[in-house]
Design a protein around this ligand. Structure first.
Ligand SMILES: Cc1ncc(COP(=O)(O)O)c(C=O)c1O
Length: 375
């Protein structure tokens, strides 16, 4: 980049390091010399979408790609409104919930403001704040979970948003209703509280708080949800924020219209209409995967963190990037966790049993190889 261009760019952009997504599967397979690749790196639902959503996707007509989608996801918002018993105007849909994170920060923060979240959580909250020129106050996890008291203590008059990932990616820890209520009383309406429930459909414990309900008593609460995880529509990019009308009206001002495509909108609505069996099957798959992996990790003498969500973190006896490369050579892609501030841990998505068995075979092999001093 020429010096003249760099001078046009704000310091907080120059200091920001762009995220590098992984290469497409065929490129990776060539690079690692394998003819298959099990994707265990992105917490995707390996069962694929519910049948009604599949039908919508298969019936999509090419000619419709010439036509702009509904600019404000009209029909999908009606479907969400019906599901949750709320006014459709209280939903704002984005190109994945990642897009909505940016809209919320743009709507609430101005120069000098800060946001608060954890140091080891979904990094997009922190990234959007930082590349927008706002301070991200990152509170260390306590016992692997968000620390409500430390988050409250970090607030000041310039704190605009607190992001709580419940359950947390990547530790799977979650606040129960009492903890959440105490926290919200502590915030006392001084800032917006975003409760990111990307993995809420995986939680079966009835002490888990439902942000859709909390927002009726706490008007400063908004919920993020996504069709990428449980509903297996990650490739279509659909997520949303729901809150009280006033908060959503402000967020809508900063939100790009027409950002959700014509296939994603009806597929998401269909997924919602047909999710009961799908959720049960997915939960079963996750439970079976855990039942297989946890004893195997115990046997290998490895530390792991397993709570809610379709993923598990395990500490590796060598660098996570070495383990990653070795697993890739065996057709298994996991997530290295150094970038999440967990050096030498990996995160593994929980999928069908045969794939979990392939992972375990490869993982045992890799552990033996690194114990023998491979590079
Ligand atoms: C906690 C959390 N929130 C949000 C997202 C983003 O989801 P989307 O695909 O809807 O942008 C993810 C994706 O990994 C996530 O883990």
């Amino acid at each position: 980049m020429s010096p003249a261009i760099a001078e046009l760019v704000p310091e907080y952009i120059r200091a920001f390091e762009a995220y590098t997504p992984s290469r497409p599967d065929p490129v990776l397979m060539r690079q690692y010399g394998v003819d298959h690749l099990h994707r265990l790196n992105n917490n995707e639902n390996a069962l694929g979408p519910p049948p009604a959503a599949r039908k919508v996707i298969e019936a999509f007509q090419c000619d419709r790609s010439a036509i702009y989608p509904s600019g404000d996801c009209y029909a999908l918002r009606l479907a969400l409104a019906e599901r949750f018993g709320k006014d459709p105007e209280r939903f704002l849909v984005g190109n994945g919930s990642c897009e909505v994170i940016a809209s919320v920060i743009k709507a609430f923060c101005e120069k000098g403001d800060n946001i608060i979240t954890a140091d080891k959580t979904f990094a997009v909250y922190e990234w959007v704040a930082e590349f927008s020129g706002f301070e991200a106050r990152l509170i260390p996890l306590k016992d692997w979970g968000f620390d409500p008291d430390a988050m409250l203590a970090a607030m000041d008059s310039r704190t605009k948003i607190l992001f709580v990932c419940n359950p947390n990616n990547p530790t799977g820890t979650w606040w129960d209703r009492d903890t959440m209520e105490r926290f919200l009383r502590g915030v006392a309406g001084r800032a917006l509280v975003v409760i990111d429930e990307a993995y809420c459909e995986y939680v079966e414990d009835d002490r888990f708080p439902d942000a859709m309900e909390l927002m009726e008593r706490h008007p400063n609460v908004v919920a993020f949800r996504t069709f990428s995880k449980m509903y297996a529509l990650a490739g279509l990019r659909v997520g949303y924020v729901c809150g009280q009308r006033e908060a959503i009206d402000y967020i809508r001002r900063t939100h790009i219209v027409y950002s959700v495509n014509s296939m994603g909108q009806p597929a998401a609505a269909a997924a919602l209409s047909d999710d009961a069996e799908h959720i049960l099957a997915t939960r079963r798959m996750v439970a079976d995967a855990k039942a297989l992996l946890l004893p195997a990790f115990d046997e290998l003498g490895l530390h792991y963190v397993s709570n809610e969500g379709n993923f598990i973190m395990v500490e590796t006896p060598a660098s996570d990037s070495l383990i990653y490369r070795q697993l890739m050579r065996r057709g298994i892609m996991v997530r290295t966790m150094t970038g999440f501030r967990f050096p030498n841990w990996i995160r593994v998505s929980l999928v069908q049993e045969p794939v979990m068995r392939d992972f375990l075979t490869a993982f045992r092999d890799v552990i033996a190889v690194v114990a023998g001093g491979a590079s």
